[in-house]
Design a protein around this ligand. Structure first.
Ligand SMILES: CC(C)(COP(=O)(O)OP(=O)(O)OC[C@H]1O[C@@H](n2cnc3c(N)ncnc32)[C@H](O)[C@@H]1OP(=O)(O)O)[C@@H](O)C(=O)NCCC(=O)NCCS
Length: 296
């Protein structure tokens, strides 16, 4: 069975623009692509059928999960990951000599809105929509000989005969509360989403030193304790995923930070050599989000 990839049917799963400006401010120069998918508790993660974007082996793995929650989250993560991948592939085509206007003209299937002015952003969306329908990009998914694998610790990585746009790119996935997300980046990356739930306050001592709580309160005075602790938890999860060997929560310490735009830049110190890593964190819809790019 070959997967058929109906790009036009895909939902728009771009993150809020504030996420992207936060990432650009905290990590200038790092190229990345993020997808964020709202998950409904008792339905499929989107209108796109799993067989439309999963390879047969992936489909079998998905079907083997006993729990519906696990099925929904695993699938949501893959949908986000492959959505990031298709945008990167399309972006590569854009910069590799394709004529912007002619690609749109050749592939445009949806009518251009007569009420929307053709701003740069709209033009960019039209380009990506149309280039994703381009035969070469479609074929790249329908006979995909590359896929998302996991190492012995569960860390995801791209495997197979990768399209140029994905070579050297790292990936991280997360699902929590009402969201699944993926990020692909030119640097080693970890991402996390956590719903703000009261339990985090009961288990605070398991992941947060007293001195960190005090620092958090000074850094993020505008949020309550529940939001602050969830931000720290999520930040540490993102660093654990970026780092090798999943460092322990109490082995990472919040040592610095600042308020940036709609989020916070948190600095965590960890490891035997006191390595410092930066995490971009933000709150959205009752969830904490964190993205960590490891230094080279
Ligand atoms: C892995 C871990 C960091 C995931 O965090 P979480 O907040 O529970 O879950 P999230 O939804 O945010 O993230 C799940 C995703 O993280 C990724 N992931 C799993 N293991 C990972 C690792 N070692 N490093 C980076 N990412 C990892 C996977 O893509 C996973 O999604 P998927 O299973 O659908 O592919 C956490 O569960 C953990 O510490 N587990 C310990 C596992 C362990 O010790 N394994 C040893 C080998 S068996």
């Amino acid at each position: 069975m070959q997967a058929n990839f109906p790009f036009t049917a895909w939902p728009d799963i771009s993150p809020p623009p504030a996420f992207l400006s936060l990432l650009a401010e905290v990590f200038p120069g790092v190229q990345c692509r993020v997808s964020l998918l709202p998950l409904v508790s008792d339905g499929p993660p989107s209108a796109v059928a799993p067989a439309d974007f999963l390879r047969p082996d992936e489909l079998r793995q998905w079907q083997s999960f006993a729990s519906n929650k696990r099925k929904r989250e695993w699938l949501g993560g893959r949908l986000c990951a492959y959505n990031c991948a298709r945008w990167l592939i399309a972006a590569r085509k854009k910069t590799s000599g394709n004529n912007y206007e002619s690609v749109i003209a050749r592939n445009e299937t949806t009518k251009k809105s007569t009420t929307m002015p053709d701003t740069g952003v709209e033009k960019d969306h039209r380009f990506f929509r149309s280039v994703c329908n381009d035969v070469a990009v479609k074929e790249c998914f329908s006979a995909r000989d590359w896929w998302l694998a996991a190492d012995e610790n569960g860390r995801p990585f791209w495997q197979g005969n990768l399209p140029e746009a994905l070579s050297g790119m790292d990936i991280s996935l997360s699902h929590g509360g009402a969201y699944a997300l993926a990020i692909i980046a030119t640097r080693r990356v970890g991402a996390d989403v956590e719903a703000c739930r009261t339990k985090v306050q009961r288990v605070a001592a398991q992941f947060c030193h007293l001195a960190e709580e005090e620092r958090l309160a000074r850094l993020i005075p505008q949020q309550d304790r529940l939001a602050r602790l969830t931000l720290l938890w999520s930040a540490k999860e993102s660093l654990r995923k970026a780092a090798t060997g999943l460092p322990g929560f109490l082995a990472m310490r919040l040592t610095d930070g600042s308020h940036i735009g709609d989020g916070w830049r948190l600095v965590l110190t960890w490891g035997a050599t006191g390595r410092q890593s930066t995490v971009a964190t933000t709150l959205h819809d009752g969830h904490a989000f964190a993205f960590c790019f490891l230094e080279e």
